[in-house]
Write a protein that binds this ligand. Structure first.
Ligand code: NAG
Ligand code: NAG
Length: 393
């Protein structure tokens, strides 16, 4: 009945305003009649070339040393003024006070609101909008700011270049409860239906963010919901935040996308958009893939063994060089002794490489003599061995 009604409504809409449908009136959804594949029919930007979310293929990101950590400003100064929590039928929105902002970008951005995206069916069933190397997280938090240096308000900024800065925080499930998220989740019961609003105690917004604000991916993209304006400077953090399974299930099962007066209740689930083609865009990383890599215990063992082998090898080489130098010094000393005495032992002088060019010989003979010198080196080394063992501690 409901979808038939919507269909008739849309048909009438089409007949009345064929060239430009009144986009304000259209109720879009993630699946169904005005689902994702249809968005661009009503909201042309949704079919653009710089859409969000995207899949971040980490090996294809470009390390950019100019990307400094983003700095949340006033996130912890809530001043005990209550926040407003709102079910808009697509997500839960927390309105943010205007004194909160974001630094570390080329302009100052003023905070507007934050909201969540999630899946259905618990962990490992999707839920995040951005994916990393094709893998989804269980949910995603977006903190939205507008460029208050260039634009007068968010309504104007969201339609303009560099108008918005959104922080993307990937959420995964783990053992521990994340108390920061309970500041939102504990109040969902009061806004189960679309269009419901409630005041909630203010809390430290920074506690929702990962600790490491220095490592992130940066790219130019769009709103992930209609009208999909391509005005967003995206910051997707490398570090994920963790919530418990029970917290994820609350997020996934409490809210409805339908209004209180609607006869049919529709759970608000799977409110994430599919990843969009990157087209000609580059995703920048504020960190190099290697330094950010966490090593497994096997890799650590391999590195330790490798370094040890390297050290032993180096010690052997150094020892050999020292011994060779010592041998030549010894040889030089003996030669001098032999020469100063009147004994005619004429093999020795030719063993000294320094004296060789002085002797006129054929090339063949030279090679032979060099071989002899090499052999005597080995022999001298063998002879010297017990001696050096005694002298070294
Ligand atoms: C935003 O600013 C524009 C231009 O100054 C103004 O026309 C509009 O009413 C403002 N919108 C809001 C929501 O304040
Ligand atoms: C975003 O686009 C602007 C040009 O419109 C460009 O100067 C900037 O470097 C781009 N940023 C990223 C992260 O690609």
């Amino acid at each position: 009945m409901d979808s038939l009604g919507l269909f008739i409504f849309l048909m009438l809409l089409y007949l009345q305003w064929t060239p430009a449908p009144a986009t304000e009136e259209i109720t879009w959804t993630y699946t169904g009649l005005v689902g994702q594949p249809e968005w661009s029919k009503y909201f042309p930007d949704c079919g653009g070339t710089s859409q969000s979310p995207v899949d971040v293929i980490t090996t294809q990101t470009k390390y950019d040393t100019s990307l400094i950590p983003v700095t949340p400003l006033g996130y912890s100064q809530h001043g005990n003024k209550p926040f407003t929590l709102y079910n808009n039928g697509h997500t839960v929105v927390i309105e943010m006070p205007e004194w909160m902002g974001l630094g570390g970008l080329p302009w100052f951005f003023t905070a507007v609101q934050m909201h969540l995206h999630w899946g259905s069916g618990g962990p490992s069933h999707g839920g995040s909008e951005h994916t990393i190397n094709g893998l989804s997280a269980d949910a995603e938090l977006h903190v939205v700011h507008y460029n208050s240096e260039l634009y007068p308000n968010v309504s104007i900024a969201m339609t303009q270049k560099d108008g918005l800065a959104v922080l993307g925080i990937l959420i995964v499930t783990g053992e521990e409860t994340n108390p920061a998220f309970n500041n939102i989740l504990n109040y969902l019961q009061r806004i189960r239906h679309a269009d419901q609003k409630v005041s909630i105690p203010a809390f430290d917004v920074q506690s929702l963010l990962p600790k490491d604000l220095g490592r992130y991916y940066r790219y130019n993209g769009s709103l992930t919901t209609p009208p999909c304006y391509q005005s967003v400077i995206w910051t997707l953090f490398h570090e994920r935040v963790q919530i418990s399974m029970a917290q994820l299930l609350k997020m996934e099962t409490i809210l409805y996308s339908s209004k209180a007066e609607d006869p049919e209740r529709i759970l608000l689930q799977d409110n994430y958009r599919a990843t969009q083609p990157l087209k000609h865009r580059v995703i920048f990383a504020s960190f190099s893939a290697e330094s950010g890599k966490e090593l497994s215990s096997g890799e650590v063992t391999a590195i330790v063994i490798g370094v040890m082998c390297g050290c032993v090898g180096l010690a052997v080489i150094v020892r050999f060089i020292v011994k060779t130098i010592r041998f030549f010094k010894l040889l030089h000393h003996e030669t001098v002794v032999v020469n100063s005495s009147t004994s005619s032992w004429d093999v020795l002088p030719s063993n000294r490489p320094a004296t060789m060019p002085r002797i006129r010989e054929t090339e063949k003979a030279k090679v032979k003599k060099q071989d002899m010198a090499l052999n005597s080196t080995c022999e001298a080394e063998k002879k010297e061995e017990p001696l050096s063992l005694q002298t070294e501690p």
